[in-house]
Design a protein around this ligand. Structure first.
Ligand SMILES: [Zn+2]
Length: 199
């Protein structure tokens, strides 16, 4: 019934977060109706994000031509305070509170299966050796800003074990965020409170 290009479009876009087949179909017809200029602009935007690279320190998006992101490159931010988050969108939610003035570290999406991927374990190990080198006096602080889900709790335990011998303080952000709730969707006030009253 549908031409192949539209079918292909729906197939691809249905795979994206928050978009199901119905939304993808609606989107396809909306774009066709919007005309060539709009579609070309979207093509250009896709091509631009294709070339972005991760920050070599925290895995957020680096600000070209630097290998670092906006946050890691900012000399006014504290280096001895690191919030470990799951996703870039969690970072943005925390940043919006304007309460946090440290560095971030992105772990990558936690799989629902309950096992950390090798790449994620490696990220944690690399951060640990960096902390060991940069803070031989162990005077840094780690904030675990991972959503209080079952697997989030498991990951938090793992991080605590890894960093306990290396830093002076490890806190978990979570108070005020309902169990099973997600940091990404918590409102600013809740997150600000969770940051200020972390334990
Ligand atoms: Zn960075």
């Amino acid at each position: 019934m549908l031409p192949i290009p539209i079918k292909k479009f729906i197939e691809l876009f249905s795979e994206l977060p928050s978009i199901g087949p119905r939304q993808a179909t609606r989107l396809a017809f909306h774009l066709i109706a919007s005309g060539k200029n709009t579609i070309q602009e979207i093509e250009r935007s896709l091509s631009d994000i294709k070339n972005l690279k991760n920050c070599e320190q925290c895995f957020f998006i680096a600000t070209a031509p630097s290998n670092l992101c906006f946050f890691c490159a900012d000399s006014k931010r504290r280096k001895d305070l690191i919030a470990i988050v799951e996703k870039p969108t969690d970072l943005l939610s925390l940043e919006k509170t304007r309460t946090f003035n440290g560095q971030y570290f992105i772990l990558g999406d936690l799989a629902k299966a309950g096992v950390l991927e090798t790449a994620q374990r490696l990220r944690i190990k690399n951060l640990a050796s960096r902390m060991e080198k940069e803070f031989p006096d162990k005077n840094a602080e780690i904030i675990i800003a991972i959503s209080p889900t079952t697997f989030g709790d498991f990951t938090a335990q793992l991080i605590t074990q890894e960093f306990k011998p290396l830093v002076k303080k490890i806190t978990r952000l979570g108070r005020g965020i309902p169990t099973g709730g997600e940091i990404e969707f918590a409102d600013e006030e809740t997150l600000r409170n969770a940051l200020e009253r972390r334990n």
